[in-house]
Design a protein around this ligand. Structure first.
Ligand SMILES: Nc1ncnc2c1ncn2[C@@H]1O[C@H](COP(=O)(O)OP(=O)(O)OP(=O)(O)O)[C@@H](O)[C@H]1O
Ligand SMILES: [Mg+2]
Length: 301
């Protein structure tokens, strides 16, 4: 869970003095944003996370507003994680990240019974990047595996991926049903320069790969097939915060609506989509993501 502080300077930044700006505080966090979008699009979603005790009611209310069932642990010592996002006139963003209470997430905050009856476990890369958290992520993946539950992954941060090591990350998340890296994350994971090559390479590890390419849309790939580029939906970008989260949510809402694979398949809980269905899901995702970039904030409501 993250508190986003969006800063939009109104003039050129003046060092050592005041710069006029509009500043707004919003609920954020990649997984929470995605949960909000998924619920908004009709999925039944549980979000589990950790917040500073004094923000508990606020985050619970905000997630409920989007239709998410929130299971929040209140931390009495650490503050809610926070990010200051400075948005320049061209939509470029500079972010300062303090992960706060998120780094103190523990097993008891995400009880395994939340997976009973679920269709999918979604994790972001942020859960893998510090030892105590990593242990929770790997334990959850084991619990999902034991239940034959599909797993989806948004690697989330190229900088964190580079720090934790792409080889280790690929090993931990191997076999996930869908992986949603952005261009920078896919580059770190594969060492490739071209998005289609990145996507094709990642199909060695995942059932479906969607590389998000900002204003250039995305590339969709499944093992053994040529990657399919999908153009972005035209939009006038004001603030791209959360576009990737909304993209994943929209894609997954279509993906989850598909019938489950034949029980003779390796993983009966993985939705069984044709190439055309996957393309349609990605086209829907670029459309939903385009609505997010045109306005401030990362949530549907
Ligand atoms: N300028 C834009 N115009 C139209 N669509 C956009 C634009 N920027 C992003 N999108 C859409 O949003 C999707 C996700 O954006 P992006 O590739 O930036 O993901 P991300 O880096 O994971 O985002 P986030 O900042 O939320 O983590 C893109 O695949 C695209 O469909
Ligand atoms: Mg992202």
């Amino acid at each position: 869970m993250i508190n986003d502080v969006l800063v939009k300077p109104l003039d050129g930044v003046t060092p050592d003095s005041d710069t006029r700006a509009t500043i707004s505080a919003r609920p954020g966090g990649a997984a929470a944003n995605q949960a909000a979008w998924m619920a908004h699009l009709g999925a039944d979603v549980v979000f589990a996370g950790r917040v500073g005790a004094r923000d508990m009611a606020y985050h619970r209310r905000e997630l409920a507003r989007a239709g998410v069932r929130a299971r929040l642990a209140a931390d009495r010592e650490a503050e809610t994680g926070s990010i200051v996002i400075m948005v320049e006139p061209d939509g470029e963003r500079t972010m300062f990240t303090d992960r706060g209470a998120n780094l103190r997430l523990r097993r008891a905050d995400v009880p395994a019974r939340l997976l009973d009856g679920a269709a999918v476990l979604h994790l972001t890369g942020y859960t893998f990047c510090e030892p105590p958290l990593l242990e929770v992520a790997l334990w959850l993946l084991g619990q999902a595996r034991a239940r034959g539950l599909a797993v989806t992954i948004d690697p989330g941060s190229a900088a964190f991926l580079a720090r934790m090591g792409p080889t280790a990350f690929l090993r931990w998340t191997e076999g996930a049903a869908v992986c949603f890296p952005n261009r920078d994350e896919a580059a770190v994971l594969t060492g490739e320069a071209e998005p289609a090559a990145m996507a094709a390479r990642l199909t060695r590890h995942y059932g479906v790969v969607v590389v998000k390419l900002g204003g250039a849309g995305c590339v969709l790939a499944v093992p053994g097939e040529a990657p399919v580029p999908i153009a972005a939906h035209p939009a006038r970008a004001t603030d791209t915060t959360g576009a990737g989260d909304a993209f994943c949510a929209a894609f997954m809402s279509r993906w989850l609506a598909a019938p489950r694979a034949n029980p003779t398949g390796a993983n009966p809980t993985v939705p069984d989509l044709t190439a055309a269905d996957l393309t349609a899901a990605a086209v829907f995702a670029v459309r939903v993501a385009a609505t997010v970039v045109t306005r401030f904030g990362a949530r549907p409501v």
